[in-house]
Design a protein around this ligand. Sequence first.
Ligand code: HEM
Length: 255
Amino acid sequence: MLAAGKGTLSGLGRKETCSDVRRESFANNVFQIYVGTGKQLLSVQCDKKHIMLNATISTSKRGSALNGFDTSAMTASAVMLMLAIYPDIQEKARREAEEVLGDRDASLEDINRLIYLEAVTKETLRLFGPPLFLRKIKGDVPLDNCTLVEGCTTVVFVYDIHKSTKFWDSPDDFMPERFIGTTLKHRYCYLPFSSGPRNCPGQRFANMSMRLLLANVLRNYKLTTHVTDWSQVKMKLDVLQTPVDGYPIKLEPLR
Ligand code: HEM
């Protein structure tokens, strides 16, 4: 339901952070996001039928960054599916979006105040995030019962870590509240953006753009689906964990 477009942009580098979010036109619901260079990175456009992410990317980072837009689009779609499945959570997120944003354009501060929506997105990424990533071991790493030897490749099985009862209470339940006012049971038990020197440089941008998009969808549309519990969603392993049957969501204008 979300589509990535194409174009050109230079200056998307690891050290740059999103500097600005502008709502281009209230009437058209167009949002544009800029990186440190001040160049446009992403626009999000909603009308009564479509939501379109439009990305502008440099040649050097095109592969990685397009993956980034795909992952953001898939995650935002997964959040909308979860909100459609759980109307109470949707209503709470909508109330927050209305309280924080009212009828006006969103500022960066506003996006940071969407605490509940952030928790909903985090919880969705726990369940729909990347299933695994690989790392080559640079020096021997002694563990309790074995040693990972230099040169071998390890699989960090995020899927398992995100569902382990060692780190999560009722891990199969969709509970955004688990991310509000609590600390993680382990520093590395939540890895939707990986961790360490090769973690995701687009993390902050992804979180902000998704929250902006979702808050505006919630202010304008009611989300419904025929799915009644997220355990009914059959998943396949892709870059992220992805529903086999796509995202069966209906958007009904609120007014
Ligand atoms: C919800 C959205 C996103 C998720 C879940 C996500 C997740 C990840 C993960 C897990 C990695 C590490 C992969 C590995 O180690 O094998 C990664 C790397 C990367 N991500 Fe993201 N990402 C997202 C959005 C973005 C966005 C929006 C951008 C760009 C604006 C981006 C750019 C990158 C780049 C360039 C890398 C490679 C970093 C490196 O190898 O040093 N990502 N991402």
